[in-house]
Design a protein around this ligand. Structure first.
Ligand SMILES: NC(=O)c1ccc[n+]([C@@H]2O[C@H](COP(=O)([O-])OP(=O)(O)OC[C@H]3O[C@@H](n4cnc5c(N)ncnc54)[C@H](OP(=O)(O)O)[C@@H]3O)[C@@H](O)[C@H]2O)c1
Length: 332
């Protein structure tokens, strides 16, 4: 598999990473056996980057990855973990804690659940508005010195926070939503990362399945992330699915799938960008891997730009309450 360098000082990783969130209920029930088979298939195909968060299924996702990585499967796999999001017993979300003491506490539990002696990339999931980023990064840097963490990443923060964090310790990558219909990072954040030698791990490349070519209006109603996502709501879904149909014409003409075009478009935005694929079934993974063979020509890129112009999506990428936590959107 093609490799990409995550930031000036970061690790070499496969050109696509596997995001494991959907394997722990964020997109409805997932099949445990199929999830583990998907992680193994990804590793066998040469994917080396696995992404998780300690709050995905309240530890469920880390335990699943821990099980999948038992034995020789661990060799060569890099695990990226987000921490700091607070959950409640009713599956709710109740804020963020990125205080130095909390960093060490979260890390201790993650290592145990993953069955690992270190985490390859450790990052706060969001900026904790009550804690200066320097303190959070300083605490992770202590854990790097102690050997429990290899590299430090960030997630959904804006340029000012990125600069302040990078002044404390090298940052290997920023994890942030980036897709044909979520292009906010092009307005400054991407340039800041490039200036500072920080890579991008792009998530939501298929906009949570919306632009995968597989999403149907009738799927609405399932109690998952999409129940609350503005882009899936009745008032926006027709407009958004019309964009997908415009994209499908281009995909059909090239003999590839809509998901492959959408993933290939993100990968084509720079060698410093690694799309995270949210597959939880081997068939979806295999489709996503096919994106690596899609070469987009200048004509394709211009057709895509016409089909899905910047800012074309109806609705914001998160519900208002979650948008308020995004330093990357200037909401602090
Ligand atoms: N830093 C952050 O704030 C943040 C936020 C969200 C996610 N993430 C990370 O990024 C990863 C990817 O995000 P995401 O899951 O939202 O991404 P995504 O790829 O935009 O969406 C995944 C959804 O697309 C559907 N899909 C349809 N065709 C697919 C294909 N060929 N390959 C993959 N998925 C396909 C999946 O299908 P099915 O439902 O059919 O399985 C799943 O529901 C997550 O797993 C997580 O690790 C980070």
């Amino acid at each position: 598999m093609q490799q990409r360098q995550l930031g000036t000082n970061g690790p070499q990783v496969s050109a696509l990473g596997l995001g494991c969130m959907g394997m722990s209920g964020m997109y409805g029930p997932a099949d445990r056996v199929e999830s583990i088979a998907t992680i193994h298939a990804a590793l066998d195909a040469g994917i080396t980057l696995l992404d998780t968060g300690d709050f995905y299924g309240m530890g469920h996702n880390e335990m699943l990855i821990g099980e999948a990585l038992k034995g020789s499967k661990r060799d060569g796999a890099l695990v990226s973990v987000k921490f700091g999001a607070l959950r409640d017993p009713a599956n709710g979300w109740s804020g963020y804690d990125a205080r130095p003491g909390a960093v060490k506490n979260f890390l201790a539990y993650s290592l145990q659940r993953l069955g690992l002696d270190h985490i390859d990339i450790y990052r706060p999931a969001r900026l904790d508005p009550n804690v200066p980023i320097e303190e959070t990064i300083g605490a992770i840097a202590d854990m790097v010195k102690a050997g429990y963490v290899r590299h430090i990443g960030l997630s959904e923060v804006g340029s000012e926070t990125i600069k302040r964090a990078a002044a404390v310790h090298p940052i290997c990558d920023l994890q942030i939503e980036y897709s044909l219909i979520s292009r906010g990072i092009e307005d400054g954040i991407l340039a800041t990362c490039r200036e500072l030698g920080i890579g991008i791990t792009a998530y939501g490349v298929l906009s949570r399945g919306l632009i995968s070519g597989h999403w149907k209006k009738e799927n609405a109603g399932a109690k998952d992330f999409r129940t609350f996502s503005p882009r899936f709501q009745a008032e926006n879904i027709d407009k958004n699915l019309a964009l997908v149909e415009a994209l499908r014409k281009i995909a059909d003409a090239k003999g590839v799938s809509v998901a492959q075009i959408a993933i290939a478009w993100v990968a084509a935005q720079g060698k410093d960008i690694v799309p995270l694929i949210g597959a939880r079934q081997r068939a979806r993974l295999s489709e996503a891997l096919g994106a690596l063979d899609v070469a987009l020509t200048a004509a394709d890129l211009s057709a895509i730009a016409n089909a899905v112009p910047k800012g074309a999506a109806a609705g914001e990428r998160y519900a208002a309450v979650a948008m308020a936590h995004l330093d990357s959107e200037g909401k602090h």
